[in-house]
Design a protein. Structure first.
Length: 147
């Protein structure tokens, strides 16, 4: 869900040629599967596309990534443990840390998988709320890397 939302936000900002948006899980449980039908329906109702296939994050990817976004503190911890260097571990951030309204609150995006459709809708709201702040951070990083 976060991949689809942020990809749309990047496209709307005209940054698709400069920013790659992708996603992967910390485990390979659903590798090769498409998105949960509830995710697909919530994304479609909100006007987002989808085309996700699950895959597992690989340690070797850190070297080519500028930023790695985790949706909850468990994923944050797992990804930082996977990082081969301190610099790579510093690339891992929580998505909701980019939502100013989440300041001082629980920064986890709850996993809606075992709940009802309402949980997926709530998840979308949290993901969308973090998008503008994440996009601003990406724009700042792009300016810093542009001569």
């Amino acid at each position: 869900m976060a991949e689809s939302v942020f990809r749309a936000q990047v496209a709307d900002a005209g940054l698709s040629d400069l920013v790659e948006v992708d996603s992967a899980g910390t485990g390979g449980w659903h590798e090769g599967d498409g998105a949960d039908p509830r995710t697909v329906s919530v994304l479609a109702a909100a006007g987002y596309g989808h085309g996700h296939r699950a895959r597992q994050f690989r340690t070797s990817w850190f070297g080519r990534l500028d930023l790695v976004i985790a949706l909850d503190t468990g994923h944050l911890r797992d990804l930082r443990r996977m990082a081969p260097t301190r610099e790579d571990a510093a690339k891992v951030r929580l998505l909701r840390s980019y939502d100013p309204a989440a300041d001082g609150l629980d920064l986890d995006v709850p996993d809606p998988y075992y709940g009802s459709l309402d949980g997926f809708e709530a998840c979308l709201e949290l993901v969308e709320a973090a998008g503008p702040g994440l996009l601003a951070a990406v724009r700042t990083a792009l300016k810093e890397h542009t001569p």
